[in-house]
Structures are given as C-alpha cells and as structure tokens.
Design a protein around this ligand. Structure first.
Ligand SMILES: C[S@@+](CC[C@H](N)C(=O)[O-])C[C@H]1O[C@@H](n2cnc3c(N)ncnc32)[C@H](O)[C@@H]1O
Length: 340
C-alpha cells in the first residue's frame, strides 16, 4: 500500500466527519429557553444578595476581625450554601466568579489575589495615665518612647518623674561614657532613667533616692529592661549615706525644682532647692573622683567649672534632645574625654 496516499485519505476523513453530538442537539423551544434564563437571573440576584450580606458582615467584623483567610472562608461558605440550590451549569460558573470576587475583596493580605485594600484598622488609642493627664504634662506623654523605648513593657512613672526623668538617648550616652567603670552610684535615681542605662553598661549600680515611691518605680522599670539584678536600691538621703559608698564613678542628677528652671536666664548652683550643690559635690568626690553632674541647660558654667578646683579640668557637654539643648552634663576626673 502507498503510505503517502493513506495519510492524505485520513486527513480528508477528519475534515468531512460531522461535528460532535452538540451540533445534533434538537433546537430548544423558545419558552423553555426563556424559563431557563429567568432561573439564571433569579439565581444571580440571590447571589448578589449574598454578596451584599457578606460584605455587610465583613464590615461589622472589622472592629474585631479574624484573619483574612478565616473571613474569606466564611464568605465562601456563605456562597456555597446558597449556590448548592442551583442546578444550571451557567449559574455554577457565575457562582464561581462571585465567590472568587469575594475572596479578592476580603483577603487583602494575600499578595496577587486582589487589589482592593482593607480599610486601615483603627489603632486603639492608649489611655493617658492619670498622673500625666494635665495640659502642661501631655507633651511628656507624647514623648514617652523617647523617655523609655520600652515604655509599653510596663514602665511606671509618677507626676514628678514625667518631667524629671533623663531621656533615654542622653542617659544611654552618659552611661556609655562610663562603660569602663565597674560600679556606678546613681545618687538621685528617681524613676531609674539613668540607673537602667548604667546597669546596661556597667557591672553594678547602687541607686539611691530619698523617696520610697521613686525606688519602687525605678525597681519596676529596671525589671522592664531586665537589669534589676544588677542594681542595689537604697532608699535614703544621699548626703547621709554617701560616706558608706564606694564606686568607680558617681552620677548626680539632683532635682532642678520643676520645669520653672527654664524661666531663669541663668541657673545658679544655689538654685538647687533640695541640696547644697557645693556640699553635694564634695560628698560625691569622697565616693569617687569620677563625677558626672546632670544640670539644667542654663546652668552658670563658671560655677560648674569652679567645682573642679583650681588647675583641674571639667568637660561640659551639651545634651541634646529632639534637636534642642536640654541639659549640661559636666564630667570630672578620669571621665573627661581624652580627646577633649
Ligand atoms: C531629677 S530626679 C532624678 C531623675 C533620674 N535621673 C531619672 O532619670 O529618672 C531627682 C531625684 O532626686 C531625689 N532626691 C531629692 N533629694 C534627695 C536626696 N537628698 N537624696 C537622695 N535622693 C534625693 C528625688 O526624690 C528625685 O527622685
């Protein structure tokens, strides 16, 4: 047999074979076709209704939403229940379209599955604590994470501490400069702003405060930073206990007398209300030659320099917070920067 002629014959057969059974179907009667179309329309409307209900439910759930995938599942289930009642193939196709359309709308987290963005979730506003809920103090509340980056870990402050705590970046900088010190005394520890940073940088800290409430706050805040075990807290008047202390450095941040210090053109050492500055410095030097003093930005610099004694050096650093000089930090003894 001639192979070439067989191939040609086969192709010819394929071309002349009539179409599949589909083409042989008897023509549908007009009334039946109309009835089917109405059925499809009714089903489509029901699906629209389900879509609308599901969208409403989704909106209601936005306050306490489940994961997007859970929501998509819920929506699919809803459509599935409704669409089980359909029988027509055309409706099934539409059902699929609506179902996936719903997923697109509800599942904004799945990349590539939809473009419609979920409304941004409203952030729960943190309640302002009572002690800082005052027009003059609210600015400190808005800076809470600059005071303590781990504020949300459970930091506690009383009213005085809100405006007297050393901002974390400054406290960190001072502590880093004392890194070579084994033991540091924080003579006026307050709520622990400096104490915590010293504990993070040195082996041991002795934290003193005259106010028992401050000691409790400082201990709590040290726990938030996980450094409580490195700190010995002493509730006492520093001037009274200083003689019993020995350290490699001592940090002095006595109270400045509240935010009013800014009203003065020059803050003199005599303006410290709780302690005699010269006496405090003398007592501190007996604990360690290496003294750091954290004072208002408008402190009389000549007075600060005179504390060092004739022929001795003092390094006065401007401490900047939020782009503004907020304090002067004076370093005495070996803490003076050797490049200074
Ligand atoms: C400016 S605050 C210290 C703030 C601290 N550096 C911080 O960052 O949290 C001053 C603290 O000194 C305490 N104080 C005042 N007189 C004192 C004294 N004689 N001995 C010890 N502490 C004293 C106050 O109770 C207050 O907590």
């Amino acid at each position: 047999m001639d192979m070439d002629s067989t191939n040609v014959a086969t192709e010819a057969v394929v071309e002349i074979v009539p179409g599949p059974a589909k083409e042989q179907r008897p023509p549908q009667k007009r009334r039946e076709r109309v009835r089917n179309s109405i059925g499809v329309l009714v089903e489509t409307l029901r699906i629209f209704e389900a879509v609308r209900e599901a969208a409403e439910e989704e909106e209601q759930k936005e306050q306490s939403p489940k994961t997007s995938e859970d929501e998509a599942e819920v929506l699919e289930d809803k459509i599935q229940i409704l669409s089980d009642s359909t029988s027509s193939g055309r409706v099934t196709r539409k059902r699929k379209f609506f179902s996936s359309n719903l997923i697109l709308q509800s599942d904004s987290t799945s990349p590539g599955r939809g473009t419609r963005q979920r409304k941004p979730r409203k952030k729960k506003k943190k309640k302002v604590p009572e002690e800082v809920d005052h027009p003059n103090l609210l600015k400190y509340w808005s800076r809470r994470y600059q005071l303590f980056s781990k504020f949300d870990g459970g930091i506690q402050l009383d009213q005085e501490s809100w405006f007297s705590v050393t901002p974390e970046e400054i406290a960190k900088h001072v502590a880093e400069r004392c890194r070579q010190c084994d033991v540091v005394v924080d003579a006026f520890c307050g709520a622990g702003g400096n104490t915590i940073q010293f504990a993070l940088n040195c082996r041991r800290v002795i934290a003193v405060d005259i106010d028992p409430a401050k000691i409790l706050l400082a201990a709590n805040n040290a726990r938030v930073y996980g450094v409580q075990d490195k700190i010995e807290f002493i509730c006492a008047d520093f001037m009274q206990v200083a003689a019993s202390l020995k350290a490699d450095a001592i940090f002095l941040s006595p109270p400045w007398g509240g935010p009013d210090y800014t009203q003065k053109q020059v803050f003199n050492l005599e303006d410290l209300s709780c302690v005699d500055a010269k006496e405090m410095f003398k007592v501190a030097k007996a604990v360690s030659e290496n003294v750091v003093m954290y004072m208002p930005r408008n402190t009389n610099r000549k007075q600060l320099m005179s504390l060092a004694g004739v022929g001795n050096l003092v390094e006065i650093e401007q401490s900047v917070f939020r782009g503004k000089v907020v304090a002067l930090t004076a370093y005495f003894g070996k803490l003076i920067d050797s490049n200074f």
